[in-house]
Design a protein around this ligand. Structure first.
Ligand SMILES: [Zn+2]
Length: 384
């Protein structure tokens, strides 16, 4: 696997000094001259942080097929074909998504299955230029197979540490509670997560809330988030995906998020978006997921420009590539090909993802420096 810490440095084609230095903040006039419109650097080597990826949903299709076979489980055809899931953004659509997700999760039955998922997620992130992965897991789902939520989380954290060492991608873990469970279950998870709080590889870095945004009472989960916050964990719930700006406001009020999973629907109300920017809440935007789950009809409808232009800190993520058939680099390709982001704007998106991460200051500095080198580096492989 490529080591993302080394990728941008290897070039013998650095920008000549006369072309002007790279500006970490964005496009300088010199740079614009040095890199005419249409310069297309390799997005797989753009150093970035991946902040929205679910444990089961991160799985490679081939891995799922192997796990199913080894456990004698027959998978629904939709999990084996190559088409991305496409469902309407209603209860029936979510139900179909959830049923497929559950079928995939049912194939994860041993410690070694769990370790494989983390290891491969880190390997895939490494091959896509990610230097920091923050992966979400609800250990409750895997607890029955490994003797409880405590060992389930320990396995994930232990493998996150090993995978970080072998791939060069620093893997932090977000413990995510589910809206479908009792809020008291969320408190139990928050207390467990708190025991492993940190910011580095194999540590719990944040506490989340996932599943159908239309279900459960958001404010009922506030006590769990308070437990997590007291332990130093960031608040990273989903919100503003299936429900609009009204629910984003509810999440902001009840859970004081540092980041919102999705949050894209905030784009529908300038006041809510202004509040997100003012409160420094980052948005984990997952275009392929939004289209697969019917939130938007196609990539062009995802309000990426609106969010970025409003000053929101955006981190692109893949969410559940197993079902959406679209990994991290594809989200940056969508920004480039559908939303017209130039290389310098794409570099700024990557910087945003790094700054929105919960990585230590030193890790962030290192990755940001690599982005600068990517900007200075060659773009000869293709031109529009
Ligand atoms: Zn998600």
């Amino acid at each position: 696997m490529p080591d993302p810490t080394q990728q941008p440095e290897t070039s013998g084609h650095r920008t000549p000094p006369s072309a002007g230095p790279a500006s970490p903040g964005g496009a300088s006039a010199d740079e614009a001259r040095a890199r005419p419109d249409g310069a297309r650097r390799d997005l797989a080597t753009l150093p970035k942080a991946h902040l929205h990826l679910h444990f089961t949903g991160s799985m490679r299709q081939s891995t799922l097929a192997e796990l199913a076979e080894s456990h004698g489980i027959r998978l629904p055809g939709a999990l084996l074909d190559l088409d991305p899931l496409r469902v309407p953004a209603n209860e029936r659509g979510w139900f179909r998504f959830q049923r497929l997700y559950d079928a995939a999760r049912a194939c994860v039955r041993t410690e070694s299955d769990m370790r494989r998922i983390i290891r491969e997620a880190a390997e895939d992130d490494a091959s896509e230029g990610s230097g920091r992965l923050e992966i979400q897991v609800d250990p409750t789902s895997y607890a029955p197979f490994v003797g409880g939520i405590t060992p389930a989380l320990e396995i994930v954290l232990d493998e996150a540490r090993s995978a970080s060492a072998t791939t060069g991608v620093e893997v932090g873990v977000i413990v995510a509670s589910s809206r479908m469970r009792h809020p008291l279950d969320a408190r139990i998870l928050a207390r467990l997560a708190a025991l492993h709080a940190g910011d580095g590889a194999g540590e719990v870095i944040g506490f989340g809330l996932s599943n159908d945004e239309r279900r459960g009472d958001t404010s009922a989960f506030a006590p769990a988030f308070r437990i997590a916050r007291k332990a130093g964990l960031a608040s990273v719930p989903h919100g503003g995906e299936l429900l609009g700006p009204g629910h984003v406001t509810e999440v902001l009020d009840a859970l004081q998020p540092d980041r919102l999973g999705h949050g894209v629907r905030a784009g529908e109300d300038a006041r809510v978006l202004d509040r997100i920017v003012a409160q420094d809440v980052s948005l984990e935007v997952c275009p392929a997921s939004n289209v697969s789950l019917g939130v938007y009809a196609d990539d062009a409808q995802v309000p990426l420009r609106t969010l970025v232009d409003a000053g929101a800190r955006v981190a692109l993520g893949a969410d559940d590539p197993l079902l959406f058939r679209s990994r991290l680099v594809a989200q940056y390709e969508s920004a480039r090909d559908v939303h017209g982001f130039s290389d310098l704007e794409l570099a700024d998106l990557a910087r945003s993802s790094i700054r929105a991460s919960l990585a230590a200051e030193s890790t962030q500095r290192g990755l940001l420096a690599q982005v600068d080198r990517w900007v200075e580096g060659p773009a000869e492989q293709s031109r529009a």
